[in-house]
Design a protein around this ligand. Sequence first.
Ligand code: HEC
Length: 452
Amino acid sequence: MFYQLSKITLICLLLAACQQQNSLPKEGEPVLFTEHIAPIVHANCSKCHNAAGAAPFQLITYEDLASKSKLLAYVTEKRIMPPWPADPEYTHFANETYLSDAQINLIARWVEGGCLPGDTANLVRPEILEKQWQTAEPDLIVRMPKPIQVKGNNTDLFLVVKIPFELPRDTFIRAIEFVPGNKRLVHHMNAHIIQFEPGKKKLLDTSIFWVNQDQTKSQTIHRELGLLNDDGSYAPMTPSVCNYLPGAQFSFYPNEIGSYKIGKKNAFYLNDMHFGPSPVNELDSSYFKIYFTDKAPTRPVSEFQIGTLGLAPVVPKLEVKPNEVKIFHITFPVVQDISILTLVPHMHLIGKKFWAYAIKPSGDTIRLIRINNWDFRWQYFYQPKTLIKIPRGSVIYVEGVYDNTASNPNNPFNPPRTIAERNGSMKTTDEMFQLIVTYVPYKKGDETISIK
Ligand code: HEC
């Protein structure tokens, strides 16, 4: 007993000594939760795997990890977790999370070695860790007036939702965060704000949930939801005020970029809220946290979309025959100096690769993003570490590879059928190829503004 204790103490001392230079234990030395695994997990897993996060269970304490150790080794070895589809050898992002080969190897060794805890008394308490994954207190919370019902019929549910809200006066909005209620079911959500100018709308009626099961865009949706002004004209809309996807982390734009003013009478317009299938009836009470600012907006964010339904077409026409692997391109000339804030690649199920870059008038390349193994489930709003300047006269090139063979495990049809872009249908079994870019007009010094 004494011998064992002193041996462990000795190892701890040795470990503590080599910690200073190198956080990896040497070959043959034990891997400990406290020294080696906790830092990896707390930096790369817990921001989603905590009580308020997007993941279905918590991964913070020794018990959390030890009880799932086999699964932990598996999902990291196969690079299923943490989900990060962008190729870190191509470009880096402010919100990136991925493990190095050495970290993956360490996790495997920890599990093989019997999940040794180390001295867990020294760990930071979970309550304190939790704080770092929570966002600030909002100035206003806007809730759905009643929960959304998701029927237990094992099918996806697509809704268009209107949620009216009023403010006492004109207000500057800094950011809006979406908090999913039923984290297991809410898949994605895009929200815009419709503003009714003074005198243009007498009655702000109640919320509406409109089922859009075949995912086609209705031309009359604004009328059907009561989103038009009383005289039948369109009310101004601030687009994409808030977006959510599993794993998306909320953040503020830096330096007052992105704030905007809204008036007293408004409505959230969720043109696309998607719930995954459920075998039992469930309810969802998602809500919005709104953050105000005193400062008048100086640099409103703009957005452009290229490819399907966008400013530049997909070439050739997006259609993939059964058992075909096919490459498509989008080419888009940039007509003013811009600074890119986020990049959102979008494809559906048989998308395989996504690659975007810009060529400057000088001929130099600006790398944007490369995804070597597209995964429909993990679609991020990629935020570059610093704003990316694209000078006027540059051309953005996007290349997409689609695999409609039977050997593609994500193929929704067996045997494969022709899959195409159909009139902007957003049905997952049709295809899309898009790059959505949010940006501000370039200002000197933007290259040094970092996004946190
Ligand atoms: C961006 C958010 C996010 C991060 C970061 C993340 N996870 Fe997950 N994880 C999820 C979600 C959401 C699920 C639910 C399953 C799904 O949707 O695929 C999940 C599922 C899992 C599962 C269950 C898989 C299964 O097949 O049952 C394991 C194990 C797991 N994560 C481990 C980890 C580990 C270990 C890390 C860090 C190395 C990590 N996760 C990082 C969001 C995340």
